[in-house]
Design a protein around this ligand. Structure first.
Ligand SMILES: [Zn+2]
Length: 300
């Protein structure tokens, strides 16, 4: 992704790993039929669907939002050395060059002022902590970590058979609790203003559905507006059909309503959409498609 300038603010992205591809999405999106996919495929950018291999790429990355005074990271991927089981087993005991990739942007962990987790699923909190002599310590020693109070409340004692437990419980212990114990967490309510300085405006908007406390982050300066939407969408195909889902939404009806709301609000506007897993080049806009409906258009 080329850096995106939002007035005085700048948005960059770095990757945790090479991302993943999944086979043609019948079965990945429950209820999606081959016929319906064929229809949707016509409006998918080749970077979001590889017709030759019939795979959908997904990305695992962190955004860096730089305001005049702050370096803000948005969503911290899976993390290294973390034991994961069940549906998250694929991200167990990783050994990625995440901090090296951050360094390639000219940034050290000490430079980070704020870490935002749009929600507390394990692929959004992993690099909150790193292993240090057998203990989990905050990776970014000078940062405040902004986490949804609603998610923390909902997830601090999930029964093991709860559908969200596999996505949350292990990460809660090694990537959320140590940050709270270190006194570095700010448990925030929705509509929290992060930064209001001159004409830089950064604020949070609640988007419950994917998790009870999911939030989106707005960054606004001058005429430029960026929306960090977390997992309101996992893939550009969901902009074309907001009912599509990966079966991991805590409240499907609410999650679908959030997708619809974002599409209805931002179609054909100048708003830059920054989603947590859209494959490279990742950033883009929601535009109308000929013949009705909407699609995702990558920035060139
Ligand atoms: Zn995710």
């Amino acid at each position: 992704m080329k850096p995106v300038q939002l007035g005085h603010m700048r948005v960059r992205k770095f990757e945790e790993d090479a991302g993943v591809t999944v086979p043609i999405p019948i079965g990945i999106f429950p209820g999606l039929t081959a016929e319906r996919f064929k229809e949707l495929q016509r409006d998918l950018d080749p970077r979001a669907f590889d017709a030759a291999t019939e795979t959908l790429p997904f990305s695992m990355h962190t955004y860096v939002l730089e305001t005049r005074t702050k370096v803000i990271l948005i969503d911290t991927c899976n993390g290294n050395d973390k034991l994961r089981t069940g549906v998250m087993a694929g991200s167990s005991m990783l050994n990625n060059k995440y901090l090296e990739n951050l360094a390639a942007l000219g940034l050290k962990p000490e430079d980070v002022d704020m870490v935002m987790c749009t929600h507390l699923h394990s692929d959004h909190v992993g690099w909150n902590t790193r292993l240090d002599n057998g203990r989990w310590v905050p990776t970014f020693p000078n940062a405040r970590y902004l986490m949804s109070k609603t998610d923390v409340e909902a997830y601090k004692s999930l029964p093991p058979d709860h559908p969200q437990a596999a996505l949350v419980s292990e990460a809660f212990k090694d990537s959320v609790l140590p940050v709270i114990a270190a006194g570095k967490a700010d448990l925030i309510e929705h509509n929290h203003a992060v930064e209001r300085e001159m004409d830089d405006n950064v604020w949070i908007e609640g988007a419950p559905g994917h998790t009870p406390g999911s939030y989106m982050l707005h960054a606004h300066c001058g005429h430029e507006h960026g929306l960090f939407c977390g997992d309101v969408f996992h893939h550009p195909i969901q902009i074309q059909d907001t009912t599509l889902h990966l079966g991991v939404d805590d409240n499907l009806e609410k999650a679908q309503a959030q997708r619809r709301r974002v599409v209805e609000t931002y179609t054909d506007t100048a708003t830059h959409l920054f989603a947590a897993h859209f494959p490279a080049p990742t950033a883009g806009r929601i535009v109308s498609r000929k013949g009705g409906g909407q699609r995702f258009q990558y920035h060139t």
